[in-house]
Design a protein around this ligand. Structure first.
Ligand SMILES: C[S@@+](CC[C@H](N)C(=O)[O-])C[C@H]1O[C@@H](n2cnc3c(N)ncnc32)[C@H](O)[C@@H]1O
Length: 279
């Protein structure tokens, strides 16, 4: 990612969630703010969205946000009152937040946050009182520094969502971030997705992976971090997480997509997995 320029991948994934609001019923992620946030930036490429890869990518974007928000709801029901969205991009949860006690912190590159502020102003969407923007580059500053600057209470548990960010980081930045989260009080959890090491993919999944890698690299945000599922478990356990859940596309299809009549599904096996780790 080039410093000083707003994230293009953030726009792409927000476009897919907005397309989901128009194209798919029932909704996996009910997000009435997705389209207004994008305003005139939104365009619907029906041809691309009906291709198998387009449908699968759109389904994954909807499923991963829904999964993280389901985990957040469980954390909030357990008394968590702090929600940190790492690499928030154009995430809209803060404008749909049903939890009155929840404080929300959105962290991202300064340039991506400035761009989001401009889109919000154009859309007439005010910043919710519960929301704090925290400008931060995970490669140059630690999560701990960002949280301290934002008035985050390190004495209380929190829920973190970190969607679509880990593949773009170095292993050092990934480790520093999970170490900070793992050191927070019991009841803290983080949900994220990660890219599976390409060499572990079946031959038929490799062309799809190659195409996606080339697209994000062309957008100036190449994938850098890949992990095998057992490596990821080892990284999280070593950091001090007590419980880890990893969901494959088979699990996600069963949990979120099996009952659909329109055939929207995630390819099995997938290029990415969803994870939640609890302190
Ligand atoms: C693919 S987008 C995902 C955005 C959002 N989480 C979502 O699901 O819509 C990746 C996001 O990570 C942010 N990002 C990537 N590397 C980062 C870094 N080193 N520091 C801060 N933010 C970063 C980008 O600015 C972008 O907003």
């Amino acid at each position: 990612m080039q410093t000083g320029r707003a994230s293009r991948t953030a726009l792409r994934v927000a476009m897919r969630r907005a397309a989901h609001q128009i194209l798919d019923r029932p909704l996996i992620l009910d997000d009435p703010v997705a389209l207004p946030m994008l305003g005139p930036l939104f365009s619907l490429d029906r041809e691309r969205e009906t291709r198998p890869m387009g449908r699968a990518f759109r389904a994954f974007m909807a499923v991963r946000s829904r999964y993280a928000e389901d985990q957040l709801a469980a954390a909030a029901a357990g008394g968590v009152t702090q929600y940190v969205v790492l690499g928030a991009g154009l995430d809209t949860f803060a404008w749909r937040n049903p939890f009155p006690q929840l404080r929300i912190f959105e962290m991202d590159f300064p340039a991506t946050q400035e761009w989001k502020r401009a889109l919000l102003a154009d859309a007439g969407l005010a910043l919710p009182d519960a929301l704090t923007f925290v400008p931060l580059d995970f490669e140059r500053q630690t999560l701990a520094e960002g949280l301290a600057a934002a008035g985050f209470a390190t004495s209380k548990p929190a829920f973190f969502a970190w969607l679509g960010v880990v593949p773009y980081l170095t292993l050092e930045a990934f480790r520093a971030t999970i170490a900070t989260i793992a050191a927070l009080p019991a009841g803290t959890a983080v949900s994220f997705d990660y890219a599976i090491s390409p060499e572990t993919l079946s031959p038929e999944r490799r062309p799809g992976f190659q195409a996606l890698s080339e697209r994000v690299a062309a957008a100036g945000e190449p994938f850098r971090l890949f992990l095998a599922p057992e490596e990821l478990n080892a990284e999280l356990s070593r950091s001090g997480f007590q419980r880890i859940e990893q969901l494959s596309s088979t699990d996600l299809n069963r949990n979120y997509l099996d009952a659909r009549a329109d055939g929207l599904r995630l390819p099995e096996p997938a290029l990415f997995r969803l994870v939640t780790a609890w302190t």
